[in-house]
Write a protein that binds this ligand. Structure first.
Ligand code: CA
Length: 226
């Protein structure tokens, strides 16, 4: 049973989500403040942290940094702040995914399962996939560009793997979303995939503004080309 730390100061959301996650087989510990969350983290390990940003005694970003500094426990940010800047900051601080409020429970659970699977294979194979100067070593879930390792979050890795495993072929937004998050396109904020593609390009492209590895097929989706 995955142990979830849910940091959320809105009691209505906290208790509603806690109840539903328990029904779905998760073990949930609630913290209303950063201090409570820190205490709980000291006492026992968690499989996943769900993190609100606006908390009474500080910002969820602080905890995000601390959790990431302590290990690789997956973090999903739950926030009403849907501007790209705050999303990007959360991802920069090591969050694996984010969801903007209000969200649907089914979507939250899909995202949670996606990060809990971590680097589970999109395609079951132990081999190295190459695309241009990028190599994906699937057995180790590691990515190299020109022989140098590039650190990706779990979802960035899954997205890259899906694209590279299908290189030369267009993947529609719907196909990508189904592979990465196991949900219908309707359930994912339209920005989400765009943000992840942008981040992958920043990490992997020689010129992120003029990508040669991950190409946009306007209005349809994306395609990896070596
Ligand atoms: Ca809040």
């Amino acid at each position: 049973m995955p142990a979830i730390l849910f940091v959320e100061d809105d009691a209505t959301i906290a208790m509603g989500v806690e109840y539903s996650l328990k029904q779905d087989g998760f073990q949930v510990s609630l913290a209303y403040r950063l201090e409570e969350a820190r205490d709980l983290l000291k006492r026992s390990p968690f499989d996943l942290v769900l993190l609100d940003l606006g908390l009474p005694d500080g910002s969820g970003y602080e905890l995000c940094k601390e959790v990431r500094a302590a290990g690789n426990t997956p973090i999903i940010i739950l926030s009403a702040r849907d501007e790209e800047a705050s999303i990007v900051l959360g991802l920069d601080l090591g969050a694996d995914d984010y969801l903007t409020k209000p969200f649907r429970l089914r979507e939250l659970i899909s995202r949670m399962n996606a990060v809990l699977r971590r680097r589970g294979p999109v395609e079951a194979s132990d081999r190295t996939l190459t695309c241009g100067d990028v190599a994906v070593v699937t057995q180790q879930a590691k990515v190299y560009k020109n022989g140098r390792e590039v650190l990706l979050t779990a979802l960035e890795y899954r997205l890259l793997l899906a694209l590279v495993a299908n290189q030369g072929r267009l993947l529609t937004r719907t196909q990508i979303l189904a592979q990465i998050w196991d949900v219908d396109e309707d359930f994912v904020n339209d920005n989400t995939l765009t943000v992840y593609i942008k981040r992958l390009r920043e990490k992997l492209e020689d010129n992120p503004q003029n990508p040669s590895l991950i190409k946009t097929v306007r209005g349809l989706g994306y395609q990896a080309d070596g």
